[in-house]
Design a protein around this ligand. Structure first.
Ligand SMILES: NC(=O)c1ccc[n+]([C@@H]2O[C@H](COP(=O)([O-])OP(=O)(O)OC[C@H]3O[C@@H](n4cnc5c(N)ncnc54)[C@H](OP(=O)(O)O)[C@@H]3O)[C@@H](O)[C@H]2O)c1
Length: 309
């Protein structure tokens, strides 16, 4: 049973909806809203208390693109969390290719590196007891239906993963969605490596699927944003995408469904919505332990953690 769950990026979109649905789960005592902006967090907390009728939400201020802020947030946790939903993320803002002080591009920091530090710090402080769900994306295994190619890597080496995170891989690429798909793929490999390293905790990558009505596309270039938003609502209409309640329910499946296996990337069986399935069935490279270890090692390269096999 999960008593305390931390959701990052919980003031909007899928994260907020996930917090709302969690409030209905048996045994839940505290839901930590991991948010970077206090005003938005306070507003979300008030709304969640109103719609659920429960006073079980606590704000944990944390900017996942800033590793110091993540470390500070973990140091403030007085009790361990049983579950973690690593949901904060998106297209990385207007300066998605700008480097952070750790030397990764913003889009890698917000979707990945902050969560790597979060997991490391939680485990080190014995503050994570049962299950962690990382928000993945179908884009990282390619989406034929949207003409989105699977990231084709040369050799999945540590060096190649490092070049993706520091942006040097993308010298001639300025589409944030292409970069995003590569970053989320590294995330899925990293989660699989973690599952082997920490068998006492369940680690799942779960894509919420194509979810309309969130603020995810807001910072994309205007044309791309308009196209994405229009496409999304058309796809909802035709059953190819869904609303936030459906997407967030997938996170809860990751937390609660005992049939899901640790270390596996789950996402839509086909396209971007509907039933979920193991993505290694359509992208066998996901199962490669050497690739998984390389991803973990590449991420640790940026935060000065030595690789331990
Ligand atoms: N929507 C989809 O179709 C879809 C599909 C597959 C995967 N996903 C993934 O699902 C997750 C949620 O997406 P969404 O569509 O719900 O996006 P959203 O509506 O933009 O919500 C993103 C949340 O993350 C927060 N956030 C962003 N940067 C942050 C940072 N540096 N530190 C802390 N919090 C931060 C945002 O806070 P602010 O309000 O302060 O910006 C917001 O609460 C993302 O990881 C996304 O990649 C979404």
């Amino acid at each position: 049973m999960l008593k305390r769950v931390l959701v990052t990026g919980a003031n909007a979109g899928l994260g907020k909806e996930c917090a709302r649905q969690l409030a209905d789960q048996k045994g839940i005592e505290t839901i930590y809203l991991g948010c970077r902006n206090q005003q938005k967090a306070l507003q979300a907390k008030a709304e969640l208390e109103q719609v659920t009728g429960k006073q079980i939400f606590e704000i944990l201020l944390m900017d996942v693109s800033d590793t110091d802020s993540v470390r500070q947030a973990v140091s403030q946790l007085e009790q361990p969390v049983d579950g973690l939903v690593m949901n904060a993320g998106g297209s990385g803002g207007y300066n998605f290719k700008q480097l952070t002080k750790e030397g990764v591009i913003n889009i890698a920091a917000v979707n990945l590196l902050g969560h790597v530090v979060l997991i490391n710090e939680l485990i080190k402080a014995k503050r994570l007891t049962q299950v962690a769900v990382y928000s993945g994306s179908e884009g990282s295994r390619g989406v034929k239906e949207m003409g989105m190619k699977r990231p084709e890597l040369a050799n999945y080496s540590t060096e190649e993963f490092i070049s993706i995170c520091d942006g040097s891989y993308f010298e001639n690429e300025n589409d944030p969605m292409v970069i995003y798909n590569h970053i989320k793929l590294i995330g899925a490999f990293w989660i699989s490596a973690l599952a082997r390293q920490h068998p006492e905790i369940k680690f799942i990558t779960m894509s919420p699927g194509l979810t309309a009505g969130t603020q995810g596309a807001e910072t994309l270039p205007v044309l791309q944003k308009t196209f994405m938003k229009t496409m999304m609502w058309l796809m909802v209409l035709f059953g190819k995408a869904h609303r936030a309640d459906f997407g967030a329910r997938r996170y809860l499946e990751g937390l609660y469904n005992q049939d899901l296996k640790s270390g596996i990337f789950y996402a839509s069986k086909k396209g971007l919505s509907g039933e979920i399935d193991e993505q290694r069935l359509i992208f066998p490279a996901l199962d490669n332990e050497a690739f998984q270890n390389n991803a973990r090692q590449a991420l640790h390269h940026f935060i000065g953690v030595l690789h331990r096999g």
